[in-house]
Design a protein around this ligand. Structure first.
Ligand SMILES: NC(=O)c1ccc[n+]([C@@H]2O[C@H](COP(=O)([O-])OP(=O)(O)OC[C@H]3O[C@@H](n4cnc5c(N)ncnc54)[C@H](OP(=O)(O)O)[C@@H]3O)[C@@H](O)[C@H]2O)c1
Length: 278
């Protein structure tokens, strides 16, 4: 099956092109794969029409939450309008479209959000991703995957925890909850979802954890003797608000998939063995 991964250099994108055999990916770095800068809306159509993929997976996004708050136009273009173009071209070429979205479409006041809960983003990243969802779902053969706390090749919370502990420092965990997922496990789940040709909205995330619980679990499982973990109540001076509990319920995906995508122990096994991703 011909699969085109948009954003092959990201945490998830890099795992998708590794896990899905024969897939090709786009990059905004020239000389690395198929060049695509999403701010050039016309080139999205050119590339999909040229590549003729049966499946398009959009793993690219403007993921810097504070950056989106400051650069709303760019966030709207990359996380919103560009997704609209992908959906429109996929509809014309009858390609199956998988778009990755976020737990940050919710305000985080309750947690354990299902696919049917009403989004209410508290920052512009969440607003722009919600617009992307609406664009993706305007095409009937599309699947929006909501996920949370993806950890892979880039600096992320688990990597910060490991690095800080190994240096003998203190990990400051802001009091908040989410459902972190290992990029390899998410990519494996997406591979299975292509076979199922699921559509609509689906939560694919790890188990609900506070950042404090997660840091302690990492320390224990990876048997790191140095360093400390502490809980911080006052949030830092960030540009964008963060939801307090953006955890997602993943029961629907658990019933559909054989992959144990939600299993934190399995994710930490990968971390212990390979660093962060395989
Ligand atoms: N990370 C999380 O905690 C998290 C949580 C929930 C949902 N998600 C969602 O999961 C998906 C994957 O996230 P991730 O962690 O893999 O993100 P990531 O590592 O930040 O990767 C995003 C990719 O998008 C590319 N990109 C950004 N702007 C672009 C542009 N103008 N043109 C072309 N490519 C562009 C980046 O290119 P460069 O490599 O050149 O910068 C990067 O490769 C995203 O949809 C994100 O919203 C992530």
């Amino acid at each position: 099956m011909k699969v085109l991964v948009i954003g092959k250099d990201g945490q998830l994108g890099s795992e998708l092109v590794r896990v899905i055999e024969g897939s090709r990916g786009t990059s905004r770095q020239s000389g690395s794969g198929i060049f695509l800068d999403l701010t050039n809306l016309n080139s999205i159509e050119d590339i999909i029409r040229k590549e003729k993929p049966e499946v398009v997976i959009n793993a690219a996004a403007y993921t810097n939450v504070d950056g989106c708050e400051e650069n709303k136009r760019e966030a709207f273009l990359i996380n919103g309008k560009a997704v609209g173009n992908m959906a429109r071209v996929c509809s014309a070429t009858r390609s199956y479209f998988i778009h990755i979205s976020t737990d940050y479409v919710f305000d985080g006041e309750r947690g354990n959000y299902t696919e049917d809960d009403i989004p209410n983003p508290v920052n512009y990243y969440g607003v722009s991703k919600l617009m992307g969802e609406a664009y993706a779902l305007s095409y009937d053969d599309s699947l929006v995957i909501r996920t949370s706390g993806v950890y892979g090749i880039k600096m992320n919370f688990p990597l910060y925890v490991v690095k800080t502990l190994k240096e003998g420092g203190t990990v400051n965990c802001i009091d908040s909850y989410y459902s972190p997922i290992h990029a390899t496990l998410l990519a494996e789940a997406i591979k299975e979802l292509i076979e199922k040709r699921a559509y609509g909205i689906l939560n694919v995330s790890g188990e609900r954890l506070s950042r404090y619980e997660f840091a302690l679990k990492i320390k224990k499982t990876l048997d790191i003797k140095s360093g400390n973990v502490s809980l911080v109540y006052s949030s830092q001076n960030l540009k964008a608000r963060r939801p307090y509990d953006s955890s997602l319920l993943n029961e629907k995906a658990k019933k559909m998939l054989s992959t144990k995508f939600y299993n934190t122990d399995k994710a930490l096994e990968y971390m212990a063995k390979y660093g962060v991703v395989r």
